[in-house]
Ligand binder design. Sequence first.
Ligand SMILES: O=C1O[C@H](COP(=O)(O)O)[C@@H](O)[C@H](O)[C@H]1O
Length: 229
Amino acid sequence: MHAHRGRDVWTWACAVAIAAELRRDLLLRPRARLLLSGGTTPGPVYRALSKAPLEWSRVDIGLVDERWLLPDDPDSNARTVRSQLLQDHAAAARFEALTLAGRRIEDAVAAANAHAQLGASAAVLGMGEDGHTASLFPGSRDLERALSSRQAYVAVDADGVPGAQGWPRRVSLTPAGLARVQTRLLLITGERKREVFEAALRSGDVKRYPVLAALDAAHASPLHVHWCE
Ligand SMILES: O=C1O[C@H](COP(=O)(O)O)[C@@H](O)[C@H](O)[C@H]1O
């Protein structure tokens, strides 16, 4: 757990940490791959990251999860990435939205699974106050299937789950998908989320707190949690 003093410090520390992962992979391979979450938290980090002097033309950006909305919908995670990250230096990155006009959800999942074969340098995760991460929601009918899936991405139905905020149909990275990511970063802010994360650690119950899926003890590297008040 990296506890930062204030939002500005948190913002830049997160951006530097993500950029370091990309830089390391760009030294080793022709292309680096970054998976990003949406939601309300990471926008400032993405804006800071967009200024990092990397060889962005060799960076592929995918999504950790997506609401089943068109990629230009203001509430889509694709829109968050486009509007917050794909500017300045980062405008040269190649972005793969999960949704496209006319694409069926099964095809979106198949395309995401094909890309996931390549693995990823880093995944940026968020967490809701209900303990969800990606689109793995406590109490959703598809949670167990997603948690035990061997596929990197699955379609999920979070109908009736308050944390899904009215977007029940989604595509989500699974624990199997996270296992193919070299470095996992969890970005959270505020006392409430810290309390929820600590409650998750105490409970050890991944169905109640799906964020625990990010804490894979068998993974080669630890989960990096970046928090500030
Ligand atoms: O619905 C989602 O929520 C989580 C957390 O979002 P936040 O608004 O609490 O930061 C996010 O990580 C995920 O990508 C998104 O689809």
